[in-house]
Ligand binder design. Structure first.
Ligand code: ADP
Ligand code: MG
Length: 616
């Protein structure tokens, strides 16, 4: 039989390699920016059109290339950065595989203009699908300009796979951030569809971070610094009180290269243990310097994963360094600002003996007071007084007292639609007895037995439906702020805010001004405390940025979910009797009572029969 193995032609091999290196426009951006850095540029301009689908151009003032090098640079495994295998263990450049340009040229239309300082004229080269379409001498400034058009023009399946321009732009921006954060001394400019998104002058690390993420970031940063024989660590962490519910600003750089490392991430999070709520994440910008021989970057084509020789030691060092900074800068006590310290205890501590919570109770507070507007009848579920804490047993005696209180309140609830009740009186008659168990569940009785309600999920459901309703009835109710509130955001965040401004208004935010790097707010939705506005907007923006453009995405839905999650009563909060009852009644006035907005069960029922069986 004839031999059947053949070497693939170069253009086919390049296309295959491209599949690994170029997943989306952002990958091209990363490779081109890194090449510009490797060429020693001090100024780099990134120009993008239509989320990178129409154009990605990087212009640098680096060392440029000779005509021969310009042509060679598009060959596979053509690199000026390493020559022999040993060089792999002493890398000081971003690139070394010599694959990026060959891969990009295999799947796009690429045009390059380049000139070295010593050459009088430069080279102008066009390559389309690995074939040289055009080569000429040209007049061009020192450095290199590389434009990539019509990405995936010859692989329709990949092109169709691309997301909306907005989503692709977000990925590009992420890459841009990573490169710009790693190289603060280089000036970067970034334009999208003709408008300037970033203009970052040469700066130090702190100022670069603040330039990118907005002036508000400055006050959040705590410096980190440590030098040991195996690693130098510097950078910043964000103060615990600024921990976010979503992963956002978390960056590791190893020898000025952005890397992903769940293991090191864990080390940082571990250092924050006990200082932040368990479902929030700290921000960090950590720059590690290690001996290049002690790491392997060549384990993934995109070079974002690194293998360390001594990961365990690194973990321990990182954790203690971050801990030390948190202690040294005395950020922990700052947490105590009028917040229930119990909230700061991670739920994992639940089995330790609890310190008695001290919560001041507003005796005159009546959660059932009409607010004047029917559509927004709302309760804020309050933390209860101490004696109600885990009152499952002691509560038995006080049942009578509780009933009296409950009956004395005239409470006009929407019709109860909870399907577990055979007749709608079932709950109202017996639900006057509620208990809170382990600051997590509300237990109440029904005719057939009892139900155990997850307090946080129940409240999420109640708030979620409320916000959805606000946004549809078009009569959002807001509370006027005594003084307008001005908050600053980064440019990108302001852009995102503009996108969702209408929806925010529909749920009760009143904006006086949204421009430049700040916004002024004169009204907020009911239930939102003024002190929480910044945190809530942060959360809304980051959720929006994460979700935008994804399929089946409804802005209102996502924002209502975010608000519900952010504002809901949490596990660990003590609720007083009235609040427990109000929550139960509100829940069963919801359209959907069984699952939370995040598709988790809200309650379980245990029938008398179930209980009887246990006693056999
Ligand atoms: P690598 O960066 O891994 O070496 P690339 O395919 O990205 O591989 O680039 C191939 C070569 O082209 C580089 O080694 C470098 O010599 C040259 N090159 C690419 N971009 C530039 C640039 N902007 N300025 C100067 N030289 C460049
Ligand atoms: Mg490269």
């Amino acid at each position: 039989m004839a031999d059947i193995i053949k070497l693939l032609p170069d253009h086919v091999a390049n296309q295959i390699a491209a599949g690994e290196v170029v997943q989306r426009p952002a990958s091209v951006v990363k490779e081109l920016l890194e090449n510009a850095l490797d060429a020693g540029a001090s100024q780099i301009k990134l120009i993008v059109k239509d989320g990178g689908k129409a154009l990605i151009q990087v212009v640098d003032n680096g060392e440029g290339m000779s005509t021969t090098d310009a042509r060679l640079s598009f060959e596979r495994h053509a690199t000026s950065k390493i020559q022999k295998a040993e060089d792999l263990f002493n890398l000081h450049t971003k690139g070394f595989r010599g694959e990026a340009l060959a891969s990009i040229a295999a799947i796009a239309h690429v045009e390059m203009q380049t000139r070295r300082e010593t050459d009088e004229v430069g080279t102008h080269l066009k390559i389309e699908g690995s074939k040289v379409a055009f080569q000429e001498v040209c007049v061009t400034p020192k450095g290199t300009s590389m434009s990539v058009k019509n990405l995936f023009f010859n692989i329709p399946a990949r092109r169709n796979f691309l997301k909306s321009n907005q989503v692709e732009l977000r990925h590009i921006t992420d890459e841009f951030h990573r490169v710009a954060l790693a190289h603060p001394s280089v000036a970067f400019y970034f334009y999208h569809n003709g408008s300037e998104l970033f203009n970052l002058p040469s700066d130090n690390y702190r100022k670069r971070i603040v330039h990118i993420f907005g002036s508000r970031t400055n006050q959040k940063l705590v410096p980190v610094e440590e030098e040991t024989p195996i690693v130098k660590i510097k950078g910043f962490i964000t103060k615990p009180e600024f921990a976010k519910r979503s992963r956002g600003e978390q960056f590791f750089f190893v020898n000025n290269r952005y890397i992903k490392s769940p293991y090191l991430h864990h080390a940082v999070v571990a250092a924050f243990e006990g200082l932040i709520k368990s479902d929030t994440y700290p921000g960090y910008f950590l720059y590690l310097e290690v001996d290049p021989a002690s790491i392997d970057i060549n384990i993934h084509p995109t070079k974002t994963e690194v293998k360390f020789d001594d990961e365990h030691t690194l973990y321990a060092l990182l954790r203690s360094t971050v801990k030390h900074s948190l202690g040294q800068f005395n950020v922990a006590p700052a947490l105590d600002f009028d917040q229930d310290p119990n909230l700061l205890t991670p739920y994992g501590f639940k089995d330790k003996s609890a310190v008695e919570p001290h919560v001041t109770v507003d005796a005159g507070f009546n959660p059932f007071l009409e607010t004047g507007n029917k559509a927004v009848k709302s309760f804020s579920y309050r933390k209860g007084s101490d004696q109600n804490w885990e009152s499952l047993y002691v509560g038995m005696e006080s049942k009578l007292g509780d009933e009296t209180t409950a009956h004395s309140i005239s409470f006009e609830s929407d019709t109860i639609t909870g399907s577990i009740f055979e007749d709608e009186n079932e709950l109202s008659e017996s639900s006057t007895t509620t208990f809170q168990l382990r600051r997590k569940y509300i237990i109440t009785t029904i005719k057939s037995g009892m139900i155990i309600i997850d307090q946080s999920r129940a409240h999420q459901r109640v708030l979620y439906e409320k916000f959805l309703k606000y946004s549809t009835i078009k009569e959002a109710v807001s509370q006027q702020l005594l003084f307008p509130l001005t908050l600053s955001f980064s440019k990108l965040e302001i852009n995102a805010l503009k996108d969702i401004e209408k929806i925010l208004v529909s749920i009760g935010f009143v904006f006086e001004k949204v421009e430049g790097e700040s916004i002024t707010i004169t009204g907020v939705p009911l239930l939102v405390a003024e002190s929480e506005v910044g945190m809530i907007l942060d959360q809304l923006i980051s959720d929006y940025q994460q979700q935008v453009g994804e399929e089946n995405f409804s802005h209102t839905d996502i924002l209502s979910k975010t608000l519900a999650k952010t504002l809901s009563v949490k596990t660990g909060e003590v609720l007083d009797k009235q609040s427990q009852l109000a929550l139960v009644n509100d829940l069963f006035a919801c359209k959907e009572t069984r699952i939370s907005p995040f598709n988790k069960p809200i309650y379980i029922t245990i029938t008398e029969n179930d209980i009887d069986k246990k006693f056999i």
